[in-house]
Design a protein around this ligand. Structure first.
Ligand code: NDP
Length: 487
């Protein structure tokens, strides 16, 4: 598939294609469930297919775990918790985590290509962000495993037990690492359910885990759709539920576990404000705006989907932003020059198209750079809406696509009021040259993560999580360990 530049058609020159080879990855035709240390066929007898969203080509058939399969996986995790993993000293657990981290690094190219094939994200993102960060999460938590007694949780903090973990499709391997690494470091055992549209890197991770020699049952990876997720979080043998995904499903899960005594953390949606003041270095801010909303096609819970720009510089920022967007390249995710890949699924594309139509119907002005979309696969051009008001649907709802809503403000107080005018509270960005203003804003913005003069920066040592409808609990850092330690 050829990459398509968003620059004006007929421009003087073009990038030559620079495709990453997919030869490095061997995709099996069929995958079973990873239970008790091995791949097994599902008792349900059911399966589903996963496809490449950039071409609609079927990649593999994957087992659909039913209730009996969930039962088996949870029983295996329980056995490992009681008999093997749960009894290992921290320094022993650390060795396994280091081994997993190193194996991810050694097989980084394989993971990156597989992630881009199954998810649609550009290879430069899977190669430079997703996979290195996944390895970093295992390294970081390996370091904690033998030091938990010095981390402020008392002299002998205990694991909770069996963790049921459900993850979304936007960062498939990275989210698996965010869930598994802290749980394992603290001595818990896991049953993980990847998203239906992106199971393949989690299954490759299962292979790595088997090769690393973890006691069977320490990590079980069961594929399936939302029903499998619901069966897992509702299972009586699960002690702790960790979920990343939509607020809607998060609410269902919270209702399902209420009163059961299970521990719960929820990492949900967002509608983050990226606030640009008139004293900000505009070119840097434009890069931050682009990174904030067009990274990973905007399939990012903390995406800077609402740009709040000070009125005096709004025209200048918008002009430069448009010029910058005209240089983005949309197309083949495996091409190393691609900036914008495919939308992950047909339902997600439908959702984006529906919300964009609502933006136009409500009177906002839609703009995209000239952009030819590939004929096959799921694609959406980078899109900017100006003239957006706070009541517009596109300013309130999570679009989870490459769509930016631009609003303006005059005073810092107005910026804070508008930024906080959301039921979410996951992240925010502030662009200004004044350190005092950054602190002033950070004290007032109701968001779990606030970036200053940067955006979408992640580090395993830095806790991540939200307020309000963005969920509760933190992942990463010392705070993230607390979610996997008993009271
Ligand atoms: P979901 O919240 O439905 O999916 C997240 C995970 O939960 C998936 O593994 C999913 O399985 C599973 N799941 C679905 N229903 C249940 C249930 N009742 N109980 C337990 N687990 C369940 O997100 P979608 O993929 O459907 O995306 C819908 C919207 O959610 C997006 O358009 C986006 O706006 C938002 N979203 C937000 C994310 C975030 O990080 N904030 C991440 C993903 C989506 P399966 O994949 O098989 O459905």
């Amino acid at each position: 598939m050829a990459s398509v530049s968003t620059t004006t058609p007929g421009a003087d020159w073009e990038y030559a294609p620079a495709p990453e080879s997919r030869e490095i990855v061997t995709i099996q035709r069929e995958y079973g469930l990873f239970v008790d240390g091995e791949f097994v066929p599902p008792a349900s007898g059911e399966s589903f297919t996963t496809l490449n969203p950039a071409s609609e080509e079927t990649l593999a058939t994957v087992a659909e775990a039913g209730a009996a399969d969930v039962d088996r996986a949870v029983a295996s995790a329980r056995k490992a918790f009681e008999a093997t993993w749960g009894r290992l000293p921290g320094r022993e657990r650390a060795k396994y985590l280091y081994r997993i981290a190193r194996a991810i690094q050694e097989r980084a190219r394989e993971f990156a290509v597989l992630e881009s094939l199954d998810n649609g994200k550009p290879i430069k993102e899977s190669r430079d962000v997703d996979i290195p960060l996944a390895a970093a999460h295992f390294f970081y938590h390996a370091g904690w495993a033998d030091k938990l007694g010095y981390a402020g949780f008392g002299p002998d903090p205990r694991p909770i037990g069996v963790a049921g973990q459900v993850i979304p499709w936007n960062f498939p391997l990275l989210m698996a690492a965010w869930k598994l690494a802290p749980a394992l470091a603290t001595g818990n055992t896991c049953v993980l359910k990847p998203a239906e549209t992106t199971p393949l890197t989690a299954l490759l991770l299962a292979e790595v885990i088997a090769e690393a020699g973890l006691p069977p049952g320490t990590v079980n990876i069961i594929t399936g759709d939302g029903r499998t997720g619901a069966a897992l979080v509702g299972h009586g043998g699960v002690d702790k539920v960790a979920f990343t995904g939509s607020t809607e499903v998060g609410k269902e899960i919270q209702a399902a576990v209420a009163g059961t005594g299970k521990r719960l953390t929820l990492e949900l949606g967002g509608k983050a404000a990226n606030v640009v003041f008139d004293d900000a270095p505009i070119d840097q801010a434009v890069e931050g705006i682009v990174n904030g909303i067009f990274f990973n096609q905007g399939h990012v819970c903390c995406a800077g989907s609402r740009l709040l720009v000070q009125e005096s510089v709004a025209d200048a920022v918008l002009d430069r932003l448009k010029r910058r967007l005209a240089t983005l390249r949309l197309g083949d995710p495996l091409d190393k020059n691609t900036d914008i890949g495919a939308i992950n699924s047909r339902p997600q594309l439908d959702k984006i198209e529906g919300l964009v139509a609502a933006g136009e119907a409500e009177g906002a002005q839609r703009w995209s750079p000239p952009c030819r979309l590939p004929a096959r696969g799921y694609w959406f051009p980078p899109t900017v809406f100006s003239g957006v008001s706070q009541s517009h649907k596109i300013a309130r709802e999570e679009i989870f696509g490459p769509v930016l809503s631009v609003l303006t403000f005059r005073t810092p107080e107005e910026a804070v009021a508008k930024a906080n005018n959301t039921p979410y509270g996951l992240s925010a960005g502030v662009w200004t040259e004044k350190g005092s203003r950054i602190l002033w804003m950070a004290q007032r913005l109701r968001a779990g993560v606030i970036w200053a003069n940067t955006y979408n920066r992640f580090d395993p040592a830095s806790p991540f999580g939200g307020y309000q409808e963005s969920g509760f609990g933190r992942e990463g850092g010392r705070a993230g360990l607390a979610a996997y330690l008993g009271a």
